[in-house]
Ligand binder design. Sequence first.
Ligand SMILES: Cc1ncc(COP(=O)(O)O)c(C=O)c1O
Length: 493
Amino acid sequence: MAESSSLEHPGLDKAAGEEFLQEAFQILLEEAVRKGMDATEKVCDWREPQELQELLDLELRSHGEPRQRVLERCRDVIRYSVKTCHPRFFNQLFSGLDHHALVGRMITEALNTSQYTYEIAPVFVLMEEVVLAKLRELVGWSSGDGIFSPGGSISNMYAMNVARYRRFPDSKRKGSWALPRLALFTSQESHYSIQKGAAFLGIGTDNIYLVGVDERGKMIPEELEKEIERAKAEGAVPFFVSATCGTTVLGAFDPLGSIADVCQRHGIWFHVDAAWGGSALLSRKHRHLLTGIERADSVAWNPHKMLMVGLQCSAFLLRDSSGLLQRCHGASATYLFQPDKFYDVSYDTGDKTVQCGRRVDCLKLWLLWKAVGTEGLERRVDRAFSFTRYLAEEVKRREGFQLVLEPEFINLCFWFVPPSLRGKEGSADYWSRLGKVTPVIKERMMKTGSMMVSYQPHGAKVNFFRQIVTNPAVTRADLDFFLDEIERLGRDL
Ligand SMILES: Cc1ncc(COP(=O)(O)O)c(C=O)c1O
């Protein structure tokens, strides 16, 4: 009885909810945005996992908590999280915060819809098409197709799947039974998602032919040709080449024109993983790095990296405009894609993807683009290049810093050589000792919370820093601080 009378009233207090929202919004603005972007605040408040577990009191209980306690929890979540918008966060290929893009993300969350049908996302279906068309135009295509996907890794997997389907349409129904041994080709410097994709799609990682690179990490087209011949001699069918524009560690751009020639000669799908470097297309000064991209069959491009749109925003772009994407992935679920709807069902674009529900990823980019224009985006890209140039010159000028290679893009790779190792390059244990310096400096910066930058070993090269600056809120003072801080943290090693 009591249960049924409770159905007369809403099961949620809207007024209290709005009050909570307003207070939470103030916390968000103050703690995540204002303090997050403030250079005098910490980038992270590092805690060991055990301590953090206790501080956060993560356990979920049968009773709810009072509003003030929940608001405190919001504060704690922000406090102990890494501030990727901080002007001294140089750790990832994404960083910074654009206020317009953030509002786009908030509206997306508030509206909480799925991108699959016009019926449920009329604005976003139209918007996605416009944004994708704009990205395709920058690639150099006046027509084509595409979809926003959950990240560059997935965009690369889409490319493999579509390429396989175009060559072997029966594979959709018959699976591996319809297929010979397939071979795909990518450089030794390519992103690991190619490995994951080959495993996930049943192609097999043994069937990836890793193509040799030059000293800057660029694929050597002659080596590609040799690997294709080798695969054929081994009885495999070469079907897919993935070139990279902006490799993850070194920031190398593969020579697209020559690779396109090889693909054309052998009738192989040409994919470009421009997840990282694609945004250079916005710069009239730097877009030459991607010359030849217009000859690709497909492109992966992540605006969530260099354009600061916010995770996630990855475009999978296709030159084909015959409906290949739809044919490859479509399942025509009648409960969602009813053919007899009252509107033009060609606007129900969701069957092009392998997902059902799909986040709206276009609004944040569209709103940012509306706010700053193509020129504003171009300025940001150019600014990132200029910062990297400035840092590279500083690294060359300062004692104890050594470039791993001259940057062509915005990946700044360098070692810090502490005073104890300077002038000892000839000694037998020099490199092994140098390799131990970088992780210690990283630990120290994390524990003081002063900044964050990533490091890795790479091939025969011992641990070095890879610094990335995409955040337009960064100033020269932040970059000077960055190098000074490395010196300060590593001087006694
Ligand atoms: C060259 C390249 N491709 C693909 C990816 C994967 O992108 P995502 O992290 O969005 O899956 C990355 C990520 O850093 C990358 O650097």
